[in-house]
Ligand binder design. Structure first.
Ligand SMILES: Nc1ncnc2c1ncn2[C@@H]1O[C@H](COP(=O)(O)OP(=O)(O)OP(=O)(O)O)[C@@H](O)[C@H]1O
Ligand SMILES: [Mg+2]
Length: 438
C-alpha cells in the first residue's frame, strides 16, 4: 500500500529540488491558513453573526408588538430609536415587495431569514442586505400596515472578517515570497555543481570551481574540485610520459637510420631500415595518442564544413558521403577530426569503399561509417578497442599500424559524452556507429 502511495507521490511531485522544497515550505503555511480561516469563520464569525441577528430581530419584534398594541405611541419610540440606535422606522400602507433579494450563499442572509421566519412567520417579512450600501432593509407586515426598518449592516455582521482574511493572507504570501528567494539561493550552488559535473563528464575543461552555498554542498563541491584536479593531473602525467618516451626514442632511431645508410651490406641494411621505419611510424602514433589527451578548448563546429574538410584531406574516390544533416555541434574540433579520420582510414585500408552518413536525431548526432571489407567477428568487438590490439596478424592482412586507432577514437568520443558501437554493415563490412549528444 505504501509503495503505491510512494509511486503516486513520485508522479505528482515536481521533479526539481527547488519546487519540491517550495512545496515543503508552502504546503504547511497554506494548510494552516485554511484551517484557521475555516475555524474562524465557523466558530467566531458565524456564531457572532447569529447572536447579533437574534438580538436585532428581537428589537424589531418588540417594536412590531408595540405598534400592534398602540400605533399612536410608536412614533415617539421610532424617534428615540433613530437617535440612540441608528434605526430608521417608517410605517406605510403598502404591500410587501414581491421580488426575492436574498443571496443564496451568504451566511448573513441565511441567519437573518431564519430569525425573521421564527419571529414573524413565513410570508410576513422581506429583507435586503444588498439594496443599500452598508445598510440593511427589513420590512414587516403588521395587520394592514408595513413597518420598514433601516439599520447599519454592522449591527448583524462583524465587519472585521475582510481585514482578518487580509491579515492572514498577506503575511503567508510574504513568507512564501521570502522562502522562494532563500530557496533559489540554496539550490543555485547545487545546480552549478551538477552543470560542472556534466561538463567534466563530457570531457570539457572545467575551470577552477569555487564552492558556495550550504556546508554540505560546499563540501561536495570542494571534493569534486579536488577530484577534477587529481584526474587532470593524472591524465597530463600519463600523456607527458608517453610523449616524452616517444620523443626521446626518435633521436637514437634517426641516428640508427643514418648509421644503416652508411653500412655496406645492403641486403641486411634494407631489412633493418624497414623495421626502423615501422618503429618510427609507431612512435608517431604514440605521440599522436598522447596529444589527444592534451586539453583542447570546445568550439562550435559546423558539421557540413567539418566533414567537407575531412573529405578534402583524405581525397579518395572510394569515400562516399551518403547523407549529411547540417547543424552545429559543440566539441573539440581537432580531436573529433582525428577520431573520424581513424575510422575512415580503417575502412579504407581494410575494405575498398567507405560510406559516411551523418544524421540528426532530436538530441543526438549519429554518424555511421560503413565499409565493404571483411568486418570484425562479433566476439572481437570489445577487444579491438584495447590499445595495441590488432587482428591483422592472424588474418595476415598486409597493413601496417600499431592498433591504437580505435582506442584513440573511443577515448575522444567518450570524452565528448558519446558512444561508439561496432556492428555488421549492410555493405558487408564493418559499421561503426558514433552517437554524440549536443
Ligand atoms: N573497418 C575495419 N574492417 C576490418 N577490421 C578492422 C576495421 N577497423 C579495425 N579493424 C581491426 O581492428 C584492429 C584495431 O584497429 P585500430 O584502428 O585500433 O588499429 P590499426 O588500424 O591496426 O592501427 P592504427 O593504430 O594505425 O589505426 C585492426 O588491427 C583491424 O584488425
Ligand atoms: Mg586503424
Amino acid at each position: 500500500m505504501f509503495s503505491g502511495l510512494n509511486k503516486f507521490l513520485k508522479v505528482i511531485l515536481p521533479k526539481r529540488l527547488f519546487y519540491r522544497s517550495l512545496i515543503i515550505i508552502a504546503a504547511p503555511i497554506i494548510i494552516l491558513q485554511i484551517i484557521i480561516t475555516v475555524v474562524f469563520l465557523d466558530s467566531i464569525w458565524i456564531k457572532a453573526n447569529k447572536g447579533m441577528t437574534r438580538s436585532l430581530v428581537g428589537e424589531i419584534k418588540t417594536l412590531a408588538d408595540f405598534h400592534e398594541k398602540s400605533s399612536t405611541q410608536i412614533n415617539l419610540l421610532a424617534d428615540s430609536y433613530k437617535k440612540n440606535f441608528d434605526f430608521v422606522i417608517n410605517i406605510k400602507s403598502a404591500p410587501l415587495p414581491k421580488f426575492v433579494s436574498e443571496r443564496k450563499f451568504s451566511p448573513m442572509d441565511r441567519s437573518l431569514r431564519r430569525e425573521l421566519k421564527s419571529a414573524f412567520g413565513n410570508n410576513n417579512y422581506w429583507f435586503s442586505t444588498t439594496k443599500h450600501k452598508e445598510v440593511v432593509e427589513v420590512i414587516i407586515k403588521n395587520n394592514d400596515k408595513i413597518l420598514q426598518f433601516f439599520f447599519p449592516r454592522d449591527k448583524i455582521a462583524p465587519s472585521s472578517v475582510r481585514i482578518f482574511l487580509l491579515w492572514i493572507t498577506l503575511p503567508s504570501l510574504l513568507l512564501i515570497f521570502i522562502s522562494i528567494i532563500f530557496l533559489k539561493n540554496q539550490t543555485r550552488p547545487l545546480v552549478k555543481l551538477a552543470k560542472a559535473a556534466e561538463k567534466f563528464g563530457k570531457g570539457e575543461y572545467v575551470n577552477e570551481f569555487r564552492p558556495s552555498g550550504a556546508s554540505e554542498i560546499r563540501k561536495a563541491a570542494f571534493e569534486f574540485d579536488r577530484m577534477v584536479k587529481r584526474i587532470n593531473r593524472h591524465m597530463t602525467q600519463r600523456s607527458e610520459m608517453l610523449s616524452g618516451i616517444s620523443h626521446d626514442l626518435r633521436t637514437p632511431l634517426t641516428r640508427l637510420k643514418l648509421q644503416l645508410a652508411m653500412l655496406n651490406q645492403k641486403d641486411i641494411s634494407e631489412k633493418m631500415s624497414k623495421d626502423i621505419d615501422e618503429m618510427e611510424n609507431m612512435l608517431n602514433d604514440y605521440l599522436q595518442f598522447s596529444k589527444t589527451q592534451i586539453q583542447e578548448e570546445n568550439t562550435s563546429i559546423n558539421l557540413k564544413e567539418f566533414f567537407e574538410e575531412i573529405l578534402k584531406d583524405i581525397n579518395k574516390k572510394n569515400l562516399h558521403l551518403v547523407k549529411i544533416d547540417n547543424f552545429t555541434l559543440s566539441g573539440r574540433k581537432n580531436a573529433l577530426k582525428r577520431c573520424f579520420n581513424n575510422l575512415i582510414q580503417n575502412g579504407l585500408s581494410y575494405g575498398k569503399n567507405v560510406y559516411l552518413s551523418i544524421n540528426k536525431t532530436p538530441n543526438r548526432l549519429v554518424v555511421l561509417v560503413d565499409d565493404d571489407g571483411p568486418g570484425i567477428p562479433q566476439d572481437e568487438y570489445r577487444n579491438v578497442f584495447k590499445p595495441f590490439y590488432r587482428l591483422d596478424k592472424s588474418r595476415s592482412l598486409n597493413t601496417s599500424g600499431v592498433g591504437l586507432g580505435l582506442s584513440i577514437s573511443e577515448d575522444i568520443i567518450n570524452s565528448h559524452g558519446g558512444t561508439i558501437q561496432l556492428s555488421k554493415s549492410k555493405y558487408d563490412g564493418l559499421q561503426a556507429k558514433i552517437s554524440l549528444p549536443f
